[in-house]
Design a protein around this ligand. Structure first.
Ligand code: ADP
Ligand code: TYD
Length: 207
């Protein structure tokens, strides 16, 4: 049996963690063995790279350095965790994946969508998600939700214009990969969004 790879995407504060928690509770209540992971991170080496990327004192980091660090963290994550588990027939859910790099670095930071896709196709050995859930939320709403929650990291401290570009970039990408990316209106209630996500995932898991 071939495993299944599902990714969750969206701007900061769009509700990814909230929905992932609900999804994992659903799976454990129904006896499904589903693995959850996140990017940047997911393996000890990738988590160390994450610390370098998100360090709020690294304001001078060059855009290409950032692209390559994300890609390096991802290469390790795919090789050590995602690919072996999918090959063993498991279901892997990942909080952010290549689409985040394409949108944040490729589109919003201006490195170029095609360049970032190409770099990442090397990093992932061509692995693509079976399904990507995109939580679409106006960025001012996401950031105000987030501000109530915690201190903001280096990327969350970026300007409003940057977050608007992130939102725009995700919408562009959803049009480009319509058969893979499901856009969900994240202004809905937490429960409504959960139900929409479940309905999209159930057929993949033969539920
Ligand atoms: P992300 O992981 O995408 O950054 P979170 O899941 O941490 O987002 O959500 C950010 C904040 O918004 C949290 O305080 C969470 O409780 C709240 N939140 C999440 N989803 C919704 C929703 N649909 N409506 C209102 N608030 C929400
Ligand atoms: P994350 O910890 O998922 O933050 P949040 O819970 O707020 O969504 O991600 C940290 C930041 O890293 C987030 O601002 C998005 C950014 N990011 C990129 O810019 N490129 C990438 O390839 C990835 C995976 C994340």
């Amino acid at each position: 049996m071939k495993g299944i790879f599902i990714t969750i995407e969206g701007g900061d504060g769009s509700g990814k963690s909230t929905q992932i928690d609900l999804l994992m509770s659903y799976f454990s209540e129904h006896g499904f063995n589903v693995l959850l992971t996140r990017e940047p991170g997911g393996t000890p080496i990738s988590e160390k790279i994450r610390e370098v990327i998100l360090d709020s004192s690294h304001m001078e980091m060059a855009n290409m350095t950032e692209v390559l660090l994300y890609a390096a963290a991802r290469a390790q994550h795919v090789a050590e965790f995602i690919k072996p588990n999918i090959e063993q027939g498991k279901v892997v859910i990942c909080d952010r994946f290549v689409d985040s790099s394409v949108v944040y670095q490729g589109y919003a930071r201006g490195v170029g969508i095609d360049a970032v896709e190409k770099i990442n196709s090397y990093a992932t050995l061509g692995l693509l998600p079976d399904l990507t859930i995109l939580l679409d939320l106006p960025p001012d709403l996401g950031l105000s939700r987030k501000k109530n929650q915690q201190a903001l990291d280096r990327l969350e401290l970026a300007s409003d214009a940057f977050h608007l570009k992130v939102n725009e970039g995700y919408r562009l990408l959803a049009k480009r990969h319509q058969s893979r990316i499901l856009t969900v209106d994240a202004t809905n209630s937490i429960e409504t969004i959960h139900q929409i996500i479940l309905e999209a995932i159930k057929p993949l898991l033969s539920l």
